[in-house]
Design a protein around this ligand. Structure first.
Ligand SMILES: [Ca+2]
Ligand SMILES: [Ca+2]
Length: 355
């Protein structure tokens, strides 16, 4: 059905959706939403989570996992959705990070952003009519509904080939629908005139990327992607220019020290130099992106002459934290830590912490 509307994320429709779903105490929030334009998310990164099946969505129950598992394996559909997050991030200043969820109903009273129980944007699904999904844009008065994306379980989601031009009724490409719904949640409205835009209101088959117009619109809200704010002007791409990790004066055994960094492009490499500490000959290095970004990172440990001793790499954006022991690392010895992208397509940039 090529007349199927991709989303009804215009406010009036969001209001009607949420009113159907909400308890009466939440209706006044919806009335306010109808009068106010979408707003940009105040904090970066915006976190994303997958709500467990069976939690309430108004009078419905979430069925996202049961539904998507019918056509894809679990890892595959989660990664498709995260790829859509990365496409918005790659082209603007907004960043996304995956976090855990908990068995709470959608609309549970709480914070519009940074509620510790689940992501800012929760993904769920329930049966809907004539739409592929719904998104609730960020607004400070929307409570935990803010940002949530609800797919339609009457639609079969799959990974469609870019060459597929024929649109089949009730089948849709998951990445493309997620891309559109994410656009709604970050403040963009549906486009009625430009079929090249991912925000076009009708489903138009597999999308590969944002259109130039989409990039312009998202940059208007979030600015362009910023340069790495954590490295100085000469950069830290080589052993010669490595950033030095100094032990803080109050460092004690069994404590940790954290350094924040960013891999800003597939070719970006951050190198750190660390000297042994007299307090401990056993040190662990953790390269963590969980809750910070969707980067799939790799860390390589080099000795003082630049020879590779060990390496650790994250397996997917669903698990993007790695830990390695700095073995036989004695006081006054030097090690270099090289942080870079591990090569998993689409997850080539993002913030990390080295601990
Ligand atoms: Ca939310
Ligand atoms: Ca960097």
């Amino acid at each position: 059905m090529n007349t199927m509307t991709l989303s009804i994320a215009r406010f009036i429709c969001v209001v009607s959706l949420v009113m159907v779903l909400s308890t009466s105490s939440q209706q006044s929030v919806c009335a306010q939403l109808s009068a106010l334009p979408p707003q940009v998310w105040p904090q970066n990164p915006v976190t994303v989570s997958f709500a467990p099946d069976s939690v309430g969505i108004g009078i419905f129950r979430n069925e996202i996992h049961q539904h998507l598992k019918a056509t894809m394996d679990e890892k595959q559909y989660r990664i498709e959705i995260l790829k859509a997050c990365q496409e918005w991030s790659r082209n603007s200043g907004i960043n996304f990070a995956l976090v855990g969820d908990s068995p709470r109903d959608f609309g549970t009273p709480g914070l519009s952003q940074s509620d510790p129980r689940f992501g800012d944007i929760r993904f769920g699904a329930f049966p809907q009519t004539n739409v592929l999904g719904n998104a609730i844009p960020y607004h400070p008065t929307a409570g935990t509904w803010a940002g949530d994306i609800l797919l339609d379980t009457n639609t079969i989601y799959e990974i469609q080939s870019p060459e597929t031009t024929q649109i089949v009724a009730e089948r849709a490409d998951l990445f493309s629908v997620a891309l559109h719904e994410l656009g709604n949640t970050i403040g963009l409205v549906d486009d009625n005139f430009d079929p090249e835009s991912v925000m076009y209101y009708r489903y138009a088959g597999r999308r590969q990327s944002l259109s130039p117009f989409d990039v312009q619109n998202v940059q208007f809200l979030y600015g362009p992607r910023a340069n790495d704010p954590y490295e100085d002007r000469q950069g830290n791409e080589s052993i010669a220019t490595a950033s030095i990790i100094n032990w803080s004066a109050d460092f004690v055994i069994n404590s940790s020290q954290t350094v924040r960094g960013r891999i800003n492009a597939s070719q970006d490499v951050d190198v750190y130099r660390i000297r042994g500490n007299t307090l401990s000959d056993k040190l662990w290095v953790t390269l963590n992106c969980r809750g910070l970004s969707l980067l799939c990172p790799k860390v390589t440990i080099l000795d003082d002459e630049g020879r590779v001793i060990d390496t650790a790499s994250s397996e997917s954006p669903l698990d993007n934290s790695v830990t390695k022991e700095l073995t036989s690392f004695y006081p006054d010895e030097t090690r270099y830590l090289v942080v870079e992208w591990n090569g998993i397509p689409e997850f080539e940039f993002g913030d990390y912490e080295l601990e």
